[in-house]
Design a protein around this ligand. Structure first.
Ligand code: PGA
Length: 263
């Protein structure tokens, strides 16, 4: 794992956007796995700026989102469809037919999930998967107890997640109880993974997934089994890492050799 510690949210967002832009420039038809939540908003803002000011071209990019609330229509302001169009897709030249987000209104969820996985495969798999992390250590909506081999499926949200996400809804009762989510096994098949975490609320989850055992109780820990993971954390989110000094030194030394990744 390559761990990059940055000062704060803006630096994290700029660094993440730089890596994503590099991916798009080196392979214009890249398949990107995208995330929602508060964490990636700044990254998307920076990508929009790069599109507008530097001509970053999304015309061949294909995207697959990690998850969607089950029961919310795409037009619902709290749906992840809505989020993605507001925060990224409406502002760049991506083709609508290249955008894939789980359908929160799918009538046959099992069939939908199987087809979603097939679509990812049909596009040659995900080149770069962007991830946030929940306070309970989840990636996508793979809550504690999710199989580390899980695939796209209907999941039940944890109490902690419902509480965390209530800030986006009028009342806590309005937060959906179910979601459709890529599984840990789906995520692990991406060629490269970029996980972002910011703020003290994420410090325990960050320490647990990087330095704790691989466990279905902290589903992000499955990333320890992936050969190409970059974690960008701010000082606060990194503050509970025991081997922080080593990670910083390793990142600096590899950067000075011009080495982008450590696998
Ligand atoms: P956040 O959510 O970016 O809103 O903190 C992250 C997550 O739950 O995966």
């Amino acid at each position: 794992m390559r761990i990059k510690v940055v000062k704060g949210y803006e630096d994290m967002s700029r660094e993440a956007a730089r890596i994503i832009a590099h991916q798009i420039r080196s392979k214009p038809s890249s398949v990107l796995g995208l995330a929602t939540g508060g964490t990636p908003v700044g990254t998307y803002r920076e990508l929009i700026r790069m599109h507008k000011e530097e001509g970053l071209d999304f015309s061949k990019v294909v995207t697959f989102n990690l998850d969607e609330y089950y029961g919310l229509a795409p037009s619902h302001p709290q749906s992840y469809h809505y989020f993605m169009f507001q925060n990224l897709f409406n502002h760049v030249n991506i083709k609508p037919e290249n955008i894939h987000i789980p359908d929160g209104l799918a009538s046959d969820v099992e069939v939908f999930c199987r087809k979603y996985e097939e679509e990812i495969r049909r596009h040659g798999g995900i080149d770069l998967q962007l991830l946030g992390i929940g306070r309970d250590g989840h990636i996508a909506f793979n809550e504690p107890g999710s199989s580390l081999a899980s695939r796209t499926r209907l999941v039940v949200l944890a109490e902690e997640t419902i509480k965390d996400n209530a800030r986006f809804f009028e009342r806590e009762e309005d937060v959906p109880k179910f979601a459709i989510s890529m599984g840990c096994g789906t995520i692990l098949e991406a060629r490269r993974i970029l996980l972002l975490a910011e703020g003290i609320a994420k410090a325990d989850a960050v320490a647990a997934f990087i330095e704790g055992p691989v466990s279905a109780q902290i589903t992000a820990s499955v990333l320890q089994l992936h050969p190409d993971v970059t974690v960008i954390v701010d000082e606060k989110a990194a503050s509970k890492l025991r081997r922080l000094g080593y990670y910083k030194r390793a990142d600096e030394m590899l950067s000075s050799r011009g080495q982008e990744q450590r696998t």
